[in-house]
Ligand binder design. Structure first.
Ligand code: DQA
Length: 144
């Protein structure tokens, strides 16, 4: 069975509690549960991981090289700063979809640039936590 790695970066462990007017009321556990069920229905496995540490996310992307067909990643603020996460994704051969819960283009200027977008097959922003499920559905098409 092909596997998706669902990776979330810093502060996304606080989903549902952190700035709900921007990020909504669903928790990361809700997102991971819904995406796991959706992936299973599409015949895919899903491994969920969140970290507040750049190196831990990079280690997980390295692990995905041998274990995953695709990565869905919300790198949080590392989106806008991390060449190291971009480099790790460039060393991964499968499909990559970048997700942002908020519409980063409607927010501060510093959120408008993404290093990860240089690698991603697709970018989803502003669909709330639905964006993760849209990404899983797209991955199912890409890896079919
Ligand atoms: C975010 C947008 C980023 O700019 C921010 O730093 C986050 C979350 C989003 O999902 O909308 O932590 O990636």
């Amino acid at each position: 069975m092909k596997t998706i790695y669902l990776l979330n970066g810093p502060n996304l462990n606080l989903l549902g509690k952190r700035q709900p007017e921007i990020y909504g009321h669903e928790t990361l556990a809700d997102v991971e549960r819904d995406c796991t069920a959706l992936a299973q229905g599409l015949g895919l496995g899903l491994v969920a991981f969140q970290s507040n540490h750049e190196g831990a996310i990079i280690d997980k992307i390295h692990e995905a090289r041998d274990r995953a067909a695709a990565i869905v990643i919300n790198p949080g603020a590392f989106t806008h700063t991390s060449i190291a996460i971009l480099d790790a994704l460039n060393a991964f051969d499968g499909a990559v979809i970048e997700v942002h819960i908020s519409n980063v283009h409607k927010r501060e200027e510093f959120r408008h640039h993404s290093y990860v977008s240089l690698r991603a097959e697709g970018v989803i922003a502003g669909l709330g936590t639905e964006g993760y499920k849209a990404a899983v559905r797209r991955i199912a098409q890409l890896v079919a």
